[in-house]
Design a protein around this ligand. Sequence first.
Ligand SMILES: O=C(O)CCC(=O)C(=O)O
Length: 227
Amino acid sequence: MSLFHLRDPGEPCPAKLPVLLANRGVFGLEKTVMFDLFDTQLIPGLSAQDGFCTPDNEAFLVEQIEAQALAPFRFQGWFGKRLTASFGFNYDFETAAFAPAEPIPAWLEPIRAQAAAFAGLKAGDLVQALLLCYDPGAGIGWHRDRPLFEHVIGISLGADTSMRFRRRTEKGFQRLSLPILSRSIYHLSGEARYQWEHSIADMSEKRWSITFRSLSARGRDFLSRGN
Ligand SMILES: O=C(O)CCC(=O)C(=O)O
């Protein structure tokens, strides 16, 4: 199969397959077109699956997240609109300090094990769990995850959105957008995680997510030096 299957206008999407959008100008295309992610990855290292959680499981996870002491994301004296809580390890964007945090709680263990299996990892590899709550008007700006972490696995709850990807090329930014439905999971590694930035536009509905991360060699080295 070629890298992309170009769908005819109006042709329905097969169920449960993520659809990726390429913006005008990307790959020399004349207009916005949709691509299906069949047995290939649009960006190496990016994979996603819809229907990862059941609606009951989603309701349980949202209830648990809401019960946590979530705090506004802080970055260099600036307060983000999204609320967060970290378990396992915390990276403080105010001070650039990386330090152990409260252990990952028991209620996250089953979803951590499922997320690890999705990514071909062991549950114990996912040493950080970051809870996020996006009220309407909150999003997350362009970023790559901190180099102390390696694999990034996200579970999307409560509302559908799109994760936008961009990378700089000689001709400007190459851009893609991955719809991430409520109850879906995505995994960023390799090129998708290191060469592309990602972001989520400001939400119009409330959304929650759980991001699990493993340590990179740099992160393991940092910790082994007793930091
Ligand atoms: O809410 C999400 O799914 C994205 C989270 C994210 O990009 C991050 O935690 O770095």
